[in-house]
Design a protein. Structure first.
Lengths: 130, 298
């Protein structure tokens, strides 16, 4: 079972934070197919958020085919991300580390590095050559 | 459609001073509504009008489709926790529950006792000996054990420390998750509200400054930053909430259903706190302007 946390200053809406946390738990293998997500009541009792926010996040995850609600029982993981990316993640992380080292050596501070990454990420076309 | 709270041109005057004026609201059921504004904005007045503790000077108010306090049945559908979560200090918790059972036909004794158990409260304890957080939890327990369709809470967390505040809100959210209940809670603290509320009413200077579902409000409000200029070039559909200038820069908070396409503005989203503060600052600026004009005239 995973536990959600909420970052009040992230600028990301609470519902998106829950969606992201489920996805990242799936990517990192902390959530697997068959696992149950915490009930709405448990989530709101833990982190004091509006139940509709949790429902909205779960509905979006359901819509994406990652989880399914079984009425009266709970919400379960029915799908995960393609495992073939795990292998790729390692080499990608390695090249990112190399890039980071270069950036630091060039004199960029943490904020500049983050700004540069986010900016490039947002403004690079998303199409992938196949 | 039945509204949790519906007000039409509602006003309340004390002598020459309007505590609330021109208040028109249609708040649907099924929401957790944050009623925010500075102290003295009219929040308590609005809540007291809603429960029938006050009668309007102008206009009308309906709660769950009926006039406030028109019948015992109507009152039974509303749970109200007044400011500072009052309890009878000399009475035990158990006596509070007995009183609740005797006074409320739909009283859910099991729910009340289960909640006390969950909170780790001893029923034989005197209410006056409780901490602020425990007292607030007791007041909430009493309000929800009557099984209301609408809960009205006046500054329930204002006096609580951060942990007690978080626990109170968590309990409240559990209540909302388990029951078909609408909630209106007032607060002058904006922090925490965006996690528990999904609907917002901003009151300042005795008037409703903004209201609606939080998601819609956040989507329609933007901060525009650009080189210094006058703001009359903005499209007419954009409502200007707040403007500030520095030597070289102009910052505007606008409400606009249409996207702002002018590329000379950099458009940023607002947080809920920014949005509320912008409306409060605008109301305060208008008040100062009014006083300056008056003083200038005399």
């Amino acid at each position: 079972m995973i536990e959600f946390r909420l970052n009040g200053n992230s600028g990301v809406s609470p519902y998106q934070q829950i969606v992201q946390q489920v996805k990242s738990a799936l990517r990192l293998g902390r959530l697997r197919i068959g696992d149950q997500l915490p009930t709405v009541k448990d989530v709101v009792g833990n982190i004091a958020i509006n139940p509709n926010t949790v429902l909205k996040a779960y509905r979006e995850l359901e819509h994406e085919g990652l989880v399914a609600a079984r009425p009266g029982i709970g919400t379960f993981v029915v799908n995960s991300f393609d495992d073939t990316t795990y292998a790729a993640q390692r080499t990608l992380r390695r090249s990112l580390e190399v890039w980071l080292e270069k950036a630091r050596r060039a004199g960029l501070d943490d904020e500049s590095i983050e700004a540069l990454f986010v900016d490039t990420f947002l403004f690079t076309p998303k199409e992938v050559a196949r | 459609m039945i509204f949790a709270l519906q007000a039409t041109d509602l006003g309340k005057r004390y002598g020459r001073k309007w505590a609330l004026s021109n208040c028109t609201l249609d708040i649907p059921t099924g929401h957790v509504v944050g009623l925010v504004g500075p102290n003295g904005a009219g929040k308590t007045t609005l809540l007291h009008l809603a429960v029938g503790l006050l009668t309007p000077s102008t206009g009308a108010i309906n709660v769950l489709g009926e006039g406030p306090a028109t019948s015992a049945e109507q009152l039974g559908r509303i749970g109200f926790v007044a400011q500072n979560t009052p309890v009878y200090e000399s009475l035990s918790i158990e006596t509070h529950l007995k009183m609740g059972a005797a006074l409320n036909p739909k009283w859910d004794s099991q729910l009340a006792h289960r909640r006390l158990h969950d909170l780790g409260l001893d029923p034989s304890q005197r209410a006056g000996a409780l901490s602020g957080g425990q007292r607030a939890q007791l007041a909430l327990t009493l309000a929800i054990a009557k099984r209301p369709s609408l809960l009205l809470l006046d500054e329930p967390v204002a006096a609580l420390d951060p942990l007690a505040r978080r626990e109170f809100l968590a309990t409240l959210m559990e209540v909302v998750a388990e029951n078909d209940v609408s909630v209106i809670l007032s607060s002058h603290v904006v922090a925490d509200l965006d996690r528990v509320c999904d609907y917002l009413v901003v009151l300042a200077a005795a008037r409703v400054q903004a209201n609606g579902e939080i998601e819609d409000l956040l989507n329609s409000h933007h901060r525009l930053v650009g080189s210094r200029r006058e703001v009359d070039s903005l499209p007419p559909s954009a409502h200007i909430v707040e403007v500030s200038h520095t030597e070289r820069q102009t910052t505007v908070v606008v409400a606009s259903e249409d996207p702002i396409l002018d590329p000379t503005w950099s458009v940023e989203p607002l947080t809920l706190e920014d949005l509320v503060l912008a409306y409060m600052a605008q109301a305060e600026e208008q008040r100062r302007e009014l006083v300056r004009t008056k003083v200038g005239e005399s």
